[in-house]
Structure formats: structure tokens, C-alpha cells
Write a protein that binds this ligand. Sequence first.
Ligand code: NAP
Length: 239
Amino acid sequence: MTQPLSGKSALVTGGTRGIGRAIAERLAADGARVTVTGTRPGGDAPGGGAYLACDFLDVRATAAFAEDVARLDPDILVNNAGINRIAPFAEIDPADFAAIQQVNVTAPMMLCRAVVPGMRARGGGRIVNIASIWGVISKAQRASYSASKFAVDGMTKALAAEVAADGILANCVAPGFIDTEMTRTVLGEAGMAELAAQVPMKRVGKPAEIAALVAWLTGPENTYISGQTIVIDGGFTNV
Ligand code: NAP
């Protein structure tokens, strides 16, 4: 049976672990040639794909990396790498605030900009930016993170409007509480259990569940969804 992403190339940022790793594994299993990124040298990629290192906190390195990505010219771009530092509003460190915007908004913008010309020339492409429920609703101590995720949502909507006529579909996926290192670091074990109890489905999500949605949005069955933010949170944002 032909795999849905056979013959396609995909770039997944932050593909060393967590949600990004699950997305990379799923796209590779669906037949794509997958390149993943991380911050450290010497990583690997599922399905024998390539690994590239770039720390998006480094503005110059990110600009150089965007040029590499333009040459790589993927059919599918998934901007997944992200960071979160929670703080009471009065204690927000402007340097932390800027760092979060750099990794969560500026780097995705530069990579979207890098891939669009190639996608346009081929007559199509798929972009998914990983946002968050904190880019749809918000919560105390999430100002810096919410600022970045609401921004990614707005940026993606504008991009989608510009590139739709070229066959490029751009969307955001907004996960709720997903069992990854990021969530465990921010919340701790007790916080994880407490949050799971607040989710209508009474559990946190799995990275593979996010990956399945991304695979669908970037695959051949998605022919008409663009400019959307699709929340995947076990029902949390509606309670
Ligand atoms: P994670 O487990 O912390 O993994 C983060 C990934 O991003 C890693 O591959 C990491 O690479 C990379 N990364 C971190 N800092 C980076 C930097 N400065 N430059 C380049 N890459 C960097 O995160 P996750 O929980 O899977 O989250 C992935 C995405 O989903 C993020 O955008 C996050 O905001 C979003 N999200 C997560 C949740 C959740 O519940 N987990 C919910 C909503 C949205 P290294 O391994 O090299 O550090």
C-alpha cells in the first residue's frame, strides 16, 4: 500500500524528544523523509533521516539555519520547538520574555519565510505551527508563553491567507496538557495529576495523539483546512 507521505520531505523542529519526536516518527512511518532539529550536535532522526542542530535563542545561528532550510526545501514544515518559563506577571524578566518570543515566534516566522518560495514553486506545501491552549485561553503566570502562542496563531492566520492561492496550507495545532519533559518540568508530578483531574477525559494527552493530527493536516487528505488553530486537549478548554 502506498504510504500517504511517500515522496515527501518534512522538517520537524525540536524533534529530539516529546511532541516533536512523536511527530517526526509518525511522518517517517507515513513515508516522509524526515529531518529533525535540536539544540545539541549529534542527534538522530527516525527512519534514517537527517539531524540538524540549531539553538533558536541564537539570532545569528537561526538566520543562517533559515538559509539552510531554504536549500533543504521541504514539502512539509512543522515548527514544534518551543520553550516555556512561567512567572508571576510582576516578576517577568524581560530577557526571559524576549527569549520565549525568539524561540516560539521569531524562529518559526523565519523558517516559514524560508520554505514558502520552494513550496510556491512546486505548487503546494503544508505548514503546521505547534501553538498551545495557552494561545487560545490563558492562565496566571503564563503571560510570556501566552504572548508567544497567541502570536504564532495570528502569524499563521496571516501567512495562510497569503499563500492559500499557491496551494500551501498553514495551520496551528494547539495541544492541551501532554505528557512530555516540558510539562513535567513546569508542573511536577503532583501538578500533572492535579491537571489530569481537570481534563474532561481525566488524563493528559500523549505525544502520539498530537502527531496523528499533524500527520493528517500535512497529508493528502487535508485539501481545504487552512488558517485554523485546532485545539487537541481532551475537552479542557470548553470546561
Ligand atoms: P520538550 O519535551 O521540552 O521538547 C522541546 C524540543 O524543542 C526539543 O527537541 C528541544 O531540543 C527543542 N528546543 C528547546 N529549546 C530550543 C531552542 N532554544 N532552540 C531550538 N530548539 C529548542 O517540549 P514539548 O513538550 O514536546 O513541546 C513541543 C511543543 O509543543 C512546544 O512548542 C510547546 O510549546 C508545545 N506545547 C506543549 C505542550 C505540552 O503539554 N507538552 C502543550 C501545548 C503546547 P533539545 O532536545 O536539543 O533541547
